[in-house]
Design a protein around this ligand. Structure first.
Ligand SMILES: *Cc1c(COP(=O)(O)O)cnc(C)c1O
Length: 260
């Protein structure tokens, strides 16, 4: 939906971090764009704002920062590259629901932001997600695109006396059943998040000594970032160490994965 709303077309370029899940690229590649992969920062693993401008060219239409593990990207700096050049910023906020940077919630910085409710995320209805539309000019068309390209929403509001096909689109709305399943979790948000933070904090406080002894890096969370305890990640010294740790945890019934 984000790529359709931005009229992404063949030949356009979209800058995305080279460390992310495939969905970040697919959304734009499906509209014919070329993904331009930009390096990440070694500390937060987020798009490196310091090297961003060098990836911008005449065909750049969008920048898609991923708030990895829900730790906010350097949005002021990223917007300072994008705005004067008329480039849209779409936050991939699949990890960052209820995270914030300098007190401003993740998902409210770009013209558009995406959320995921896949089963691996903090709030889940199995599959699906949400598009946050922060640019008012995109709202009316977003309503049409998510309703198979029809103006059905205007019909429900009584603004037109029948609904019809007016644009491209698809069936991007969740079913009522999935929405109900998700709503119950959102209502229990404080409980869910407090449990996640309790677990995240105990990893953070108890793994420090072990990590230092074994050359393992723990997550870096800058002081101005509120992270939503989506992931607790470890950077192992080598791929062999990583595989050995994952295998060891598996024997203890703990499912750990590697990214990406
Ligand atoms: C989960 C995830 C997505 C969205 O995945 P979907 O399966 O399409 O909901 C997008 N970006 C990142 C970084 C993710 O982890």
């Amino acid at each position: 939906m984000a790529a359709i709303l931005l009229d992404i077309a063949p030949g356009d370029e979209v800058i995305i971090p080279d460390f992310t899940f495939v969905s970040t690229a697919n959304a734009f590649v499906l509209r014919g764009a070329r993904p331009v992969f930009a390096d990440i920062r070694p500390d937060t693993l987020n798009l490196d704002e310091r090297n961003l401008a060098r990836h911008v060219g005449p065909k750049t239409r969008a920048i898609v920062p991923v708030h990895y593990a829900g730790v906010g990207c350097a949005m002021d700096e990223i917007l300072a590259v994008a705005r004067p050049r008329g480039i849209a910023v779409v936050e991939d906020n699949a990890h960052g629901l209820f995270g914030a940077r300098r007190g401003k919630p993740l998902g409210t910085w770009g013209a558009l932001a995406t959320l995921s409710f896949h089963e691996t995320k903090n709030f889940s209805c199995g599959e699906g997600g949400a598009l946050l539309v922060n640019d008012e000019r995109l709202v009316a068309r977003a309503e049409i695109i998510r309703e198979k390209g029809t103006n059905r929403k205007r019909f429900f509001r009584g603004e037109v006396d029948k609904y019809t096909w007016v644009d491209i689109g698809s069936s991007y709305l969740p079913s009522d059943l999935l929405a109900a399943y998700l709503l119950a979790q959102l209502e229990a948000r404080e409980f869910i998040q407090s449990q996640r933070h309790r677990i995240w904090n105990s990893y953070q406080s108890q793994l420090g000594g072990w990590a230092q002894k074994n050359g393992v890096a723990l997550p870096t969370v800058p002081p101005h970032c509120e992270q939503p305890a989506h992931l607790f990640y470890l950077l192992l010294p080598s791929e062999a160490d990583r595989d050995a740790l994952i295998a060891h945890l598996k024997t203890r019934g703990i499912n750990a994965v590697f990214h990406y």
